[in-house]
Design a protein around this ligand. Structure first.
Ligand code: GLN
Length: 194
């Protein structure tokens, strides 16, 4: 069985755990640097990116996480997790840092407030012809992508909401909320091939 970590400092950990268990992965809740040693892949969940950022430093996880990303660990970030993977944040709050690795710029809360959350069917050709049920909850958008970043999906208005670069996969939205498992499957494929 593949061992897949979920960064479990804050945010929507449980839905990812359920999804990964459904795909027969062994889930490791990552809270300490040691937890990173034995995993084949990692999920960075949604939540509040500035809080998760602060907690990675409090728990001594920031540098181990950055090293794991640089060393090629397959990582999938949803929403706040996408922000944590981004090299640049347009509107970071004071002192907010990211782990980085993904050559994109993101803008936080690009779709309005919590009560303006929405679900939409999204075409993601890399995952096949069936659209993805994508749930957006105070989601970021990608405003800039570097030359080696592949855009996996955009909204009708052209806003980029799913990207991939090497070992890193990121979506603005939460597929785990609507039971869409193809992004997690893609992470597992990367983890097997590692
Ligand atoms: N708005 C949050 C942030 O900036 C992300 C929201 C989410 O992860 N659902 O971190």
């Amino acid at each position: 069985h593949l061992r897949i970590g979920i960064l479990a400092l804050q945010g929507g950990v449980r839905e990812h755990a359920r999804m990964l268990e459904g795909l027969e992965a062994e889930v490791v809740l990552v809270r300490r640097p040691e937890d990173l040693a034995t995993i084949d892949g990692l999920v960075l969940p949604g939540g509040e990116s500035s809080v998760i950022d602060r907690l990675t430093r409090t728990f001594g996880l920031r540098e181990p996480l950055r090293a794991a990303i640089v060393n090629g660990l397959p990582v999938y970030g949803t929403c706040a997790g996408m922000i944590l993977l981004a090299d640049r944040v347009d509107d970071a709050i004071a002192g907010q840092q990211t782990l980085g690795g993904l050559d994109v710029t993101v803008r936080r809360n690009a779709f309005g407030r919590q009560n303006e959350s929405f679900e939409t069917d999204l075409a993601v050709p890399a995952l096949g012809s069936r659209p993805v049920a994508a749930t957006f909850i105070r989601a970021p958008e990608v405003t800039e992508v570097g030359p080696t970043v592949e855009v996996l999906a955009g909204l009708d208005d052209g806003r980029i909401v799913a990207v991939e670069q090497g070992n890193l996969l990121a979506t603005s939205f939460h597929p785990e909320v609507s039971g869409e498992d193809r992004f997690h499957r893609r992470l597992l494929e990367r983890a097997v091939g590692r």
